[in-house]
Design a protein around this ligand. Structure first.
Ligand SMILES: [Fe+2]
Length: 465
């Protein structure tokens, strides 16, 4: 990626070259006393410049904001992946392109994992996730890397950055794509129970090889979206894009009962689209409703011949998918719920897979020319209607908003929204704390950093108890 060009565009994608500890940060306003824990975030932050490397394959850097009794501290660390360690020793990049090894890299170096996409806490383990590799275990607090975690060797291969945790059973449900090797149409599916034991791991064939970033889990069903950012080894061998936008392949979503097996998957079809992220989904009688952020054309990936996709269509909007399980049709419905450009949808995770009445996502400012930059938050009800809309000062950008409930038994949506905000004029970042049901009032508290946190992907709150 061309970092010089990025800086000239006044955005916040370029990496920061250091690790730091800030024990006492300045707080503007007052941090709610109930916020007692740590917001962990993850995102790409390449250790070394590597010409042509996709933004998605930058080394993962973790950012931890610890809040306790109204005080705030911060720590950031790269994840010490095998790639990071080898490049650190070499003092230069050894991988480029889409995770491809550079020609002069050592022959025995094969693992290009970057652990850069999400960080979750389940069954007592803090795990940095990136969809092409196993989870990487991280020590809470210090952010030290403990290494790959494979659930007593019961899980292998790729592991999504977007597993779902069932709020009723505590079970973690996951999948992996490229499960039979790079650019293959095989998927894996598995589950980990609330105690951390792998209880299921199987593989199946999807209609074609594609990039599968997220999936859908309800109380009784799992849905696998196969959408046409296709993967092709034939293209890759010819030096063409390994992943490309091929709308003619169509959109498939495989629906499976959680009590069934992958042999029973029923495939639904619809118009070509792409979805990186699912807000939530639930069952409604014989229907499954899934709210997603849908792109008409894929962003960030070209057509097979290298032409870019249409920027007017390569933006995501809140969209509802509806599946009729009564056997009347194999088509699913796609209905846009808003026209705002948005991404990084979140809910009150206590309603994951269940009918929810609150959702939030980061949105673009429709009045600004910087069309794609996320610079505000939308709060929506269970039908996508806006309950609140907050825009940052022009030029500033915002991360995914993470919901934290006020207490274990607080009503759905009663709590705070935590997002990292880049202050363009000062070129540094704040942690912003919003009242989740009144985002229009603006941040109730700001935790100020002296440096910037580059735009990243995902994070989660881990409460102190
Ligand atoms: Fe994601």
């Amino acid at each position: 990626m061309q970092h010089d060009a990025i800086v000239e565009r006044h955005d916040n994608v370029a990496p920061i070259p250091f690790e730091a500890d800030a024990p006492f940060l300045r707080v503007i306003g007052e941090l709610p006393r109930e916020l007692n824990g740590t917001l962990y975030r993850n995102g790409p932050n390449p250790q070394f410049d590597s010409p042509g490397a996709h933004w998605f394959v930058g080394d993962g850097m973790l950012h931890a904001f610890h809040l306790e009794n109204g005080r705030a501290s911060y720590r950031n660390r790269w994840v010490r992946t095998p790639k990071w360690l080898a490049e650190h020793d070499a003092g230069r990049a050894l991988f480029g392109g889409f995770g491809r090894k550079l020609p002069d890299a050592p022959a025995d170096l094969t693992d290009g994992g970057v652990a850069n996409t999400n960080i979750i806490f389940h069954a007592g383990k803090l795990l940095a996730l990136e969809e092409a590799h196993l989870p990487t275990e991280i020590e809470p607090g210090t952010l030290a890397t403990r290494g790959y975690y494979n659930y007593q060797a019961r899980v292998a291969g790729s592991f999504t950055a977007h597993p779902k945790i069932d709020p009723i059973t505590g079970e973690l449900v996951f999948f992996g794509y490229n499960a039979a090797g790079p650019l293959t149409p095989a998927l894996s599916y598995g589950s980990i129970d609330a105690s951390g034991k792998a209880t299921r791991f199987e593989r199946f064939e999807a209609p074609y090889a594609s990039m599968v970033h997220d999936f859908i889990v309800t109380e009784n069903h799992v849905l696998f979206p196969i959408l046409p950012i296709t993967g092709s080894m034939a293209r890759a061998m010819k030096g063409q894009p390994p992943y490309a936008w091929e709308p003619d392949k169509g959109a498939y979503v495989g629906v499976m009962k959680r009590s069934g097996t992958t042999k029973d998957i029923v495939w639904f079809r619809a118009e070509a689209c792409y979805v990186f992220h699912v807000m939530n989904a639930w069952e409604d009688g014989q229907r499954i409703v899934a709210d997603v952020m849908q792109f008409e054309e894929a962003p960030l990936f070209p057509h097979p011949d290298g032409r870019p996709t249409d920027p007017q269509k390569s933006r995501a909007r809140h969209c509802r998918w509806t599946f009729d399980l009564s056997g009347n049709t194999d088509r699913f419905q796609q209905t846009y719920l808003d026209d705002l450009t948005g991404e990084f949808p979140r809910i009150d995770d206590r309603r994951a897979g269940l009918k929810s009445r609150h959702g939030w996502y980061a949105c673009a400012n429709p009045k600004l020319p910087m069309f794609g930059a996320l610079s505000g938050i939308v709060h929506v009800d269970g039908n996508g209607r806006r309950l609140g809309h907050y825009l940052l000062p022009a030029g500033d950008t915002i991360s995914e908003p993470v919901f934290v409930e006020r207490s274990k038994d607080a009503a759905e949506g009663d709590g705070w929204l935590l997002a990292v905000v880049w202050r363009a004029r000062e070129n540094r970042s704040d942690l912003a704390v919003f009242n989740a049901t009144d985002i229009e009032a603006g941040p109730a508290a700001l935790v100020q950093l002296g440096h910037r946190v580059p735009d990243g992907f995902h994070g989660n709150w881990v409460g102190a108890q």
